[in-house]
Design a protein around this ligand. Structure first.
Ligand SMILES: [Fe+2]
Length: 414
């Protein structure tokens, strides 16, 4: 027996962000809370167009722009307060995974009439319907626009930070608007890290003990698109400088050909990635994740590594450790990723590592400057990962200790 439940309507395509206002009107929205990050998204052309569209449709809007990476529960509370104080009757999450997750938290908290902290890491479930929620991703990674999950950072009284995933059927956005044009301003390093996050979702959900024939379909198609397009998506457009070099990705790779054909190729690659991330999101919402995310959450929370980058570094190590238990599944991943029939599990792991190297992902945690001093805390957090049971191998605590040691200073051959 298996189930499939993915209630989010998806609108996909170049320029489809212009659909936002009319669709909100259909939902009866008259005043919308727009949740974004603090930085560039809010000053982007896409954001300005969104606001203009709402104005033209006679929909009032309030902008909550206080979301930083991996939003703290206190930020969600602030946003809920702004939403309540302004009588907003719909919510838009616009940006990367953090603002969209924050928008989900605000919606759930408004529905329940309680602070989000009551539900994070406590086992308490949401039971009440939420205001209409629209997700507009500007990165191709988390897939949160179509999932029942959201991740928040809890800061305890000693200042200790931990990232906690929560899930609820009420987190599924009513509508996901996936417009690849909004992804064109991503610098190469962000494209690389978020793209590897999407790959991690597709692979972890595919090898998950809870995978189904339906989730498999979404995951494999996501892997196939990522295999053919992530490298090209990490190139720089003719008008976007020479890359940001945050961790070396891109390094000035220029889109090939003349500038207009190069830009077209870049748009096609980013479009492929945008759809892949959404497909992988559907896959993970059905089948769950595994120990790559189990380790990536504490690595991110403690060392401040971006979520996608942490996953990208850890993915080949976990997959290598899963070869004895998920060999056939890894072969299928390898075939989808490389397009070569008969790819063996070991070759699949190498192909994953090679893709990471090609787009500038460091080969281990040491190379990403994650301090050795965090080892025990990262391990303790990973051992209590709520989705540990989805792993196709029931890793013992000792095995996970050995795996983390390898993630710090080992190397997976590419
Ligand atoms: Fe993720």
């Amino acid at each position: 027996m298996h189930e499939f439940y993915s209630p989010t309507k998806i609108i996909f395509g170049e320029g489809c962000a212009s659909e936002t206002a009319p669709r909100l009107r259909e939902m009866g929205a008259t005043k919308v809370l727009i949740v974004t990050g603090k930085s560039s998204t809010a000053s982007s052309e896409g954001f300005r167009d969104l606001c203009k569209g709402l104005d033209a449709a006679g929909i009032q809007w309030v902008h909550f722009a206080e979301v930083s990476a991996d939003p703290e529960t206190s930020t969600v509370d602030k946003g809920a307060e702004v939403c309540r104080a302004n009588d907003c009757n719909a919510i838009i999450g616009f940006g990367g995974g953090s603002p969209i997750d924050c928008a989900k938290g605000i919606a759930a908290s408004i529905g329940e009439g309680r602070p989000i902290r009551d539900f994070v890491g406590t086992g308490l479930a949401f039971t009440k319907p939420v205001p209409p929620l629209v997700a507009i991703p500007t990165t191709a990674g988390t897939g949160t626009e179509v999932t029942n999950a959201a991740v928040f950072t809890i800061v305890d009284e000693h200042g200790h930070r931990s990232k906690k995933g929560t899930s609820s059927q009420f987190y599924f956005p009513r509508l996901a608007i996936v417009d690849p044009l909004l992804h064109m301003s991503m610098p190469p390093s962000l494209t690389a890290a978020t793209g590897m996050d999407a790959l991690t979702h597709a692979i972890e959900a595919f090898v998950s003990r809870f995978h189904t024939p339906v989730s498999d379909m979404y995951c494999l198609e996501a892997v196939r698109r990522i295999g053919r397009s992530l490298r090209a998506a990490c190139r720089v457009g003719s008008d976007s400088g020479t890359g940001d070099g945050a961790f070396g990705a891109g390094r000035g790779l220029k889109a090939s050909g003349s500038s207009s054909s190069g830009d077209r190729a870049l748009l096609e690659a980013r479009s492929d990635m945008a759809l892949a991330a959404t497909l992988a999101g559907v896959g993970l919402s059905q089948a769950g994740l595994g120990m790559v995310h189990g380790f990536a959450h504490p690595v991110g929370a403690m060392a401040g590594l971006a979520h996608g980058l942490a996953n990208a570094i850890l993915l080949p190590f976990v997959m290598e450790a899963l070869i004895p238990d998920a060999g056939e599944r890894l072969s299928a991943i390898g075939e989808a990723l490389t397009g070569k029939r008969g790819t063996r599990a070991q070759e699949a792991v190498r192909a994953i590592a090679r893709l990471g190297r090609d787009i500038g992902i460091p080969e281990n945690l040491e190379a990403a400057n994650v301090p050795e001093a965090f080892f025990e805390e990262i391990l303790a957090d990973a051992l209590s990962y709520r989705r540990r049971k989805a792993s196709p191998r029931a890793f013992t605590d000792d095995e996970l200790r050995g795996l983390l040691a390898r993630m710090y200073s080992g190397k997976v051959e590419a």
